[in-house]
Design a protein around this ligand. Structure first.
Ligand SMILES: Nc1ncnc2c1ncn2[C@@H]1O[C@H](COP(=O)(O)O)[C@@H](O)[C@H]1O
Length: 203
């Protein structure tokens, strides 16, 4: 039976206004480590990104950070980067996002900004296009993603989600439920798999 080995977390490089975002990011990191999954993330050591990675390390887990060279000074400190178990420096954003995708068995979007939104939408797009069948969880902490969910519903109502059945993000309101939701959805998607290889040569 296939099982999850690594999970990609998309989240803000900032902390956000409510301190609970950082606290919940850290809690998710701990839960990922306790599930014995590796964290794959964008390598930033600040904001919610840093909190998730710190949570994983606190609980004895392993972290892979994937960061483009030009972002190192903006989103990380050299000292903290050295604390990652694996650091991959890419030449551009495209390579970073592709590697994050390839190395992960599922995805979680915590609250964040434009970068987080772009990453979430991209992974949903690839699912819609049948490029992968990996679970996607939207962590709707404090109802953060409700405006986005409403937009997606509106798109469906207006007839723009042609293959809605292939975009199956789970919306989970509490950090506590995320690991279980990922594990269950991974099993469901694996057993319902179309037999298609999960990664194509080029997305
Ligand atoms: N346009 C972007 N595409 C992909 N990723 C991006 C983009 N802008 C920023 N990012 C990265 O996403 C994370 C989180 O960014 P937030 O804007 O704080 O949500 C960060 O690593 C950015 O480098």
């Amino acid at each position: 039976m296939k099982t999850i080995r690594s999970i990609c977390v998309y989240c803000g490089s900032s902390s956000g206004r409510d301190p609970s975002y950082v606290a919940e990011g850290r809690a998710l990191g701990r839960a990922i480590a306790e599930a014995d999954w590796r964290l794959v993330y964008g390598g930033g050591t600040k904001g919610i990104m840093g909190a998730v990675a710190n949570g994983v390390k606190e609980a004895g887990g392993a972290v892979t950070g994937i960061i483009p060279r030009f972002l190192i000074d903006m989103e990380a400190t050299e000292r903290e980067l050295k604390g990652l178990d694996e650091l991959i420096v890419t030449e551009n954003m495209h390579e970073r996002k592709h590697l994050m995708f390839e190395r992960s068995d599922g995805f979680v979007a915590l609250p964040g900004g434009i970068g987080t939104l772009e990453e979430l939408v991209e992974i949903m797009t690839w699912s819609q296009l049948g490029r992968h069948e990996k679970p996607i969880v939207i962590a709707n902490l404090n109802g953060f993603w409700e405006p986005f969910s409403r937009l997606v519903e509106h798109m469906a109502e207006e007839g723009f989600l042609h293959r809605a059945s292939q975009v199956r993000p789970l919306v989970i309101d509490e950090t506590d439920g995320i690991v279980e939701a990922l594990a269950n959805q991974f099993q469901t998607l694996s057993s319902a798999g179309s037999g298609r290889e999960e990664i194509i040569e080029r997305l």
